[in-house]
Design a protein around this ligand. Structure first.
Ligand code: ZN
Length: 501
């Protein structure tokens, strides 16, 4: 009986997955190859697919099947694929059905209008235009959250992105992290600044692309099951375990921008390519949360890709690729340049030490907006105050201040940013656990070999997809709960050596 119901649930989830994947293909095309004339019809096509998917998923019979399967799933082993499927679908289903359809409609119409306005307002440094949009966004975010039980109004929104996390758990982690990051950044600021001029010059874009693809092929990104294209804002998207795509942008005058973006998105993609094929089409074939996903992009981009061992192996090839620009630059100089710590205005360009201070600022402001402690009208001023206090730099305008990130203007306020810092913390903790299991990994990296690291990650994290709550999945992988200690040890070790602290 349960098996018949399970078969019906799986068939329905496969349909939902197909509709979502079709929408993802259209979305990928929209930001890579679609001519501008395609925009109006593409918006309509995406809306149709997401509506169909939502209808198929929230249909009354799905709730009935989940009800019938709850006891059966509870009696199965914790790691059983089917039991995990029932639990995860039940969680997604509860979320989708609590939010009324008419609110979903208002939300997507508002978000589209706000995003279109932001695309014009940001370059024009025009916060006044965005103010009413953002006021509506905050009101809608509150309305969404009110449909869920919560201690803090932001809790449901955080849980959407990082299941199992709350304001309290995130805040506890951030409060422990902040003073240690500030102390490290201060100590670094007192040391001489590295020379970064070697990163600027003229770097042929086709050669940059070929170099980046050579590196990620060595990492284990599978081009038989993925590809790379160029776009304005890099991202990763997955249509199935057999088709995971990344996008990158290159700047001819900057050798780091495109390369580290490629390594970052490849980290996201290898996670998706590493999911157990048995989970294909089941809604379990994806990342566990925004934080766990980001841990993989940051691990491959920073912990591996900005390490000295990595460059001991790759620098000769990079230099041979760009002899004109790099002939007189030693690997030491290059490695210091790509790891320069310098408080700056823009989150996405921030170094590893100050990056999390950008995230914490946004997290605090989100909570204040949602709790009604901060009016949208006062947001740009408070942003400037916090940037000055936290990072020691003051944005000259809103374009490079409060308007810089798309998240609040093309999505919801609440839950949008904490995953970046959770990802940084987890990147070090997972790498640390892999090295404890296989002490040869750092030596491998210095020789351009990555399969031991990648296989450990696949075995302990990637293959499980969304089967476990992030907190459980991480504990399974590293044998301990999430902790900031490996991350602080990583930062202090690396930047202590680079800056002679
Ligand atoms: Zn990312």
């Amino acid at each position: 009986m349960a098996l018949e119901t399970l078969a019906k649930l799986k068939a329905r989830m496969a349909q939902v997955d197909d509709l979502n994947a079709a929408a993802a293909v259209l979305g990928w095309d929209q930001t890579t190859y679609m001519p501008p004339g395609g925009a109006p019809a593409r918006g309509r096509q995406l809306a149709t697919l997401s509506q169909l998917s939502h209808e198929r998923f929230t249909a009354p019979e799905v709730g009935q099947w989940l009800g019938e399967l709850a006891d059966w799933a509870a009696g199965r082993p914790d790691d059983d694929d089917d039991a995990c499927l029932v639990r995860v679908v039940a969680r997604d289903h509860a979320r989708m059905t609590r939010i009324p359809n008419e609110l979903v409609g208002r939300l997507s119409a508002h978000t589209a209008a706000s995003y279109a306005a932001w695309e014009v307002a940001r370059p024009a440094d025009d916060f006044a235009t965005m103010r009413p949009h953002l006021e509506t966004t905050v009101a809608l975010a509150r309305e969404v959250a009110e449909h869920f039980p919560h201690d803090h109004i932001a809790d449901p929104l955080i849980d959407f992105a990082d299941p199992g996390m709350t304001v309290v758990t995130v805040r506890t982690l951030f409060d422990a992290l902040r003073p240690r990051l500030v102390e490290l950044a201060r100590a670094i600021a007192a040391r001489p600044e590295p020379d970064t001029s070697c990163l600027r010059g003229t770097f042929d874009v086709a050669a940059q692309r070929a170099f980046g693809e050579t590196v990620i092929r060595a990492f284990g990104f599978d081009f038989q099951r993925g590809r790379q294209d160029t776009t304005a804002h890099p991202f990763m998207t997955s249509f199935s375990i057999g088709d995971v795509r990344i996008t990158t942008r290159f700047r001819e005058d900057d050798v780091g921008d495109g390369l580290f973006s490629t390594l970052h998105e490849a980290g996201h993609a290898m996670y998706e390519q590493g999911v157990d094929p048995a989970l294909e089409g089941s809604t379990l074939a994806g990342g566990a949360s925004s934080g766990v996903h980001e841990s993989q992009s940051r691990l491959w981009e920073n912990v591996v890709g900005r390490s000295r061992g990595f460059w001991d192996h790759w620098y000769p090839e990079l230099r041979a690729t760009f002899p004109h620009a790099l002939r007189a630059v030693e690997v030491d100089t290059f490695h210091r340049a790509i790891n320069r710590v310098m408080p700056s205005l823009i989150r996405v360009d921030a170094d590893e030490v100050t990056y999390n201070l950008h995230v914490m600022l946004r997290f605090d402001l989100e909570l204040a907006l949602l709790a009604g402690d901060l009016a949208v009208a006062d947001l740009p001023g408070l942003w400037r105050e916090r940037m000055t206090a936290d990072l020691g730099v003051t944005p000259p305008d809103d374009r490079d201040g409060v308007l810089q990130d798309v998240h609040w203007f093309g999505g919801l306020v609440g839950g949008a940013f904490q995953g970046y810092t959770l990802g940084n913390v987890l990147s070090a903790q997972l790498f640390d656990a892999a090295v404890r299991a296989h002490p040869e990994i750092p030596g491998d990296i210095a020789s351009g070999r990555y399969h031991v690291l990648r296989d450990w990650l696949t075995q302990n994290l990637y293959r499980h997809g969304r089967k476990y709550l992030p907190v459980d999945g991480v504990t399974r992988a590293v044998g301990a709960p999430m902790s900031i200690e490996p991350y602080m040890a990583y930062l202090q070790g690396k930047f202590g050596a680079l800056y002679g602290l």
